[in-house]
Design a protein. Structure first.
Length: 178
């Protein structure tokens, strides 16, 4: 009996050590890059985010078409595709960047309906960016519904401002964000 117990105890110890080793990520952000490289990478994120913000500003100034959908659906209007081509071009030129797409609605309709609609719209933007050549694993979509308005939903003009798509650029691994 003693002969069976010792190998069993040793096997359990080896399994526990292997399990502990697997629990620690094999590579972390700090393991792969020094401080200067991280700073350079973060600077690049800032530059790309600034370019995305400029696209958003051009939409606000009506210099380029807004990202809009057919009424009550997640079908992109043709004019929105022109603007999304600018976003796709930017991401294709910076393949190491990741993009978070956030969908928002106004307060017309129920909370759950708007959350689902905003998610479908964010997914439609992601799908179109992928169709244009952006890597699918570099884009995530999240719908917030009516929970994060820019302005009070008290006029038709304000509700229109709250129906929007926003973008956030990062270079972090998705697991470090979600």
């Amino acid at each position: 009996m003693r002969r069976l117990v010792l190998p069993l105890i040793a096997a359990c110890a080896v399994a526990a050590a292997a399990s502990a080793a697997l629990a620690k990520p094999l590579v972390t952000y700090t393991d792969t890059e020094d401080e200067e490289t991280r700073k350079s990478s973060d600077d690049e994120v800032a530059v790309v985010q600034e370019q995305i913000d400029e696209i958003q500003s051009k939409i606000a100034r009506k210099e380029i078409p807004p990202i809009e959908f057919k009424l009550g659906s997640a079908v992109l209007k043709e004019s929105a595709k022109l603007t999304l081509e600018l976003v796709a071009d930017l991401l294709i030129r910076h393949p190491e960047m990741k993009l978070m797409v956030f969908g928002h609605t106004c307060n017309i309709g129920g909370r759950e309906y708007n959350r689902e609609l905003s998610q479908k719209r964010a997914d439609a933007v992601k799908d179109y960016l992928i169709e244009l050549g952006v890597l699918g694993e570099s884009v995530r979509a999240k719908g917030f519904g009516m929970d994060k308005p820019l302005v009070p939903n008290d006029t038709n003009e304000n509700r229109a401002k709250n129906r929007r798509v926003e973008f956030l650029v990062t270079n972090r691994w998705w697991k470090s964000i979600y």
